[in-house]
Structures are given as C-alpha cells and as structure tokens.
Design a protein around this ligand. Structure first.
Ligand code: HEM
Length: 246
C-alpha cells in the first residue's frame, strides 16, 4: 500500500524542478506575443531590405546580377564565400519558425483559456478586418514564399521554366513573363501588405508601447511601411509584364 509521503514526494520534486526562465516566459501569452513581435520586426527588416535590393532590377541586368553576387561575398575574407549569407539565412529561418510557432501556440492558448464558447457565431467588435485575416494571410504568404524559393532560389519544380544559377535578373524576367506567375506574385504581395499592416500596428502593443497618444504615429508607420513594401514588390511583375523591364 502507498503511504501519503511516497505519493507526495514525486509531486513535490516535479513542482520545484527549476525551468529556464525564458521557457517559462515563452509559455505565457505575454511571452508569445513578445516573441511574435520581435521576430515580426526582424522579418519586416528583411522584406524591406529585400524590396530595396530588388530595385536594382530597374538599373539593368548587370547591376542586378552583380548585387546578387555581392550578397554572397559580404564578409570575405574573414568569412568564407556565402558565409554572411548563410548566417543571415540561419537567423531568418529561426525568426520565421519562432514567428509561426508563437502565433500557432498563442491561438491554442487563447482557445483553451476561453471559458465559454461563442453563442450565435463570433462577433468581431474589436478585431478589424486585418486582424481577422492575419492567420489566412500568414498561411498564404508562407505558401507563396515556398513557391518563390522554388522559382528564384532553388530553380526547381513547376514554379520555374528556365532557371540559371547566378543570373537573378534573367530569372526574374523569365518568371514574370508568365502571366499566371506574375498574378501569383501580385496577389501574394497584396496579402503580404495586409499582414504587414496589422503586424506593424500591433507589434508596438505587444511590446508594451501602446499609449493612445501615439496611435496616429503607429497607424502612419504601419500604413507607410506596408505601402512601401507592397508598391515596390508589386511594381516588379508589372514592370516586366508591361515591357518596362525586358
Ligand atoms: C515581387 C517581389 C519579389 C521579388 C522580385 C523577389 C526577388 C527575389 C530574387 C531574385 C531572389 C533570388 C536572389 C538570388 O538568388 O540572388 C529572391 C530570394 C528570396 N526571396 Fe524574394 N522577391 C520578392 C518578394 C519576396 C517576399 C515578399 C519575400 C518574403 C516574404 C521574399 C523572400 C525571399 C527569400 C527568403 C529569398 C532567399 C534568399 C536567400 O536565401 O538567398 N521575397 N527573391
């Protein structure tokens, strides 16, 4: 027969086992929001830099291809060829994975903690259109990213017709000359704009900087950032389709 003390012992041990504080923090809703905000900020930095870099397309093939090669040589000779690029890729993959994980587990946490289910369907009093579409726009942008990597980085599968490593300009033009592909890029980047708008707006709240006095600035930042990235990105397939870039 089990005595009270024999049963209590493992329970006590379980309770006092120390957990790394960062894991505890990440286990809370506030921690997940903070991780989503910080990784979102890093991803915003990436999409802006990527769009600005792609503007080389408006110069000519030589500048664009040179820029692509330059990215592979940053840090040489201290780092090996493509060393810097791989460090950036590692950070980007980690940020992307944490962004998705925190979003998914926060949704589950919210569902669990909701004491009473909705009656008569959901009512979206506080959540605006962008907030409601965050999940869907995020999933579609993720699928688009996979297509985009197959198309212009790996050069594999149905996404690509004539891919040559080291010539991003020619790859881009060949890709956007196919109307369905150009349409995929345009639609996905418009959705990315909705995702960025809401993300850029809410990340301040998630980081605790939500004084209503700054709401106008937050909104301007979110609209300005999303518009800049979307206008830049959507202009590329349009420029190829209209023959501005050949
Ligand atoms: C129309 C808009 C876009 C254009 C024209 C474009 C163009 C390109 C090109 C040419 C490359 C290959 C670079 C090279 O091999 O040197 C590339 C890679 C990549 N793009 Fe985009 N991109 C666009 C939008 C996006 C967006 C919205 C995202 C993110 C959501 C994104 C994420 C990436 C990533 C992660 C890579 C791989 C970078 C690497 O590891 O080398 N791109 N893009």
């Amino acid at each position: 027969m089990l005595t009270g003390s024999r049963v209590a012992q493992p329970l006590r041990q379980r309770r006092i086992r120390p957990r790394f504080w960062l894991l505890d923090f990440y286990g809370s809703a506030i921690g997940k929001k903070a991780v989503m905000a910080v990784t979102g900020l890093l991803l915003l930095g990436f999409v802006l830099t990527h769009m600005l870099g792609n503007l080389h397309m408006y110069q000519d093939a030589e500048h664009m291809n040179h820029y692509g090669e330059y990215l592979r040589t940053i840090g040489e000779p201290i780092l090996p060829h493509t060393g810097f690029l791989w460090i950036m890729r590692g950070g980007l993959i980690l940020a992307f994975a944490l962004h998705i994980h925190s979003a998914a587990t926060l949704t589950l946490l919210n569902r669990e903690s909701r004491a009473v289910g909705y009656k008569g369907g959901r009512t979206y009093v506080a959540a605006n259109y962008a907030a409601r579409t965050m999940r869907w726009s995020g999933i579609i942008v993720g699928a688009y990213l996979l297509f985009h990597l197959m198309d212009l980085t790996w050069g594999v599968g149905v996404a690509t017709s004539s891919y040559t490593r080291g010539t991003p300009y020619e790859n881009l033009v060949a890709s956007f000359q196919r109307e369905p592909v150009a349409a995929v890029y345009i639609v996905a980047n418009l959705l990315l704009g909705i995702h960025i708008y809401h993300g850029a707006w809410s990340l301040f709240q998630s980081l605790g900087w939500a004084n209503p006095r700054f709401n106008d600035w937050r909104r301007m930042f979110a609209i300005g950032f999303a518009a800049l990235v979307v206008v830049g990105n959507v202009s590329f397939p349009i420029a190829v389709m209209t023959g501005i870039v050949e």
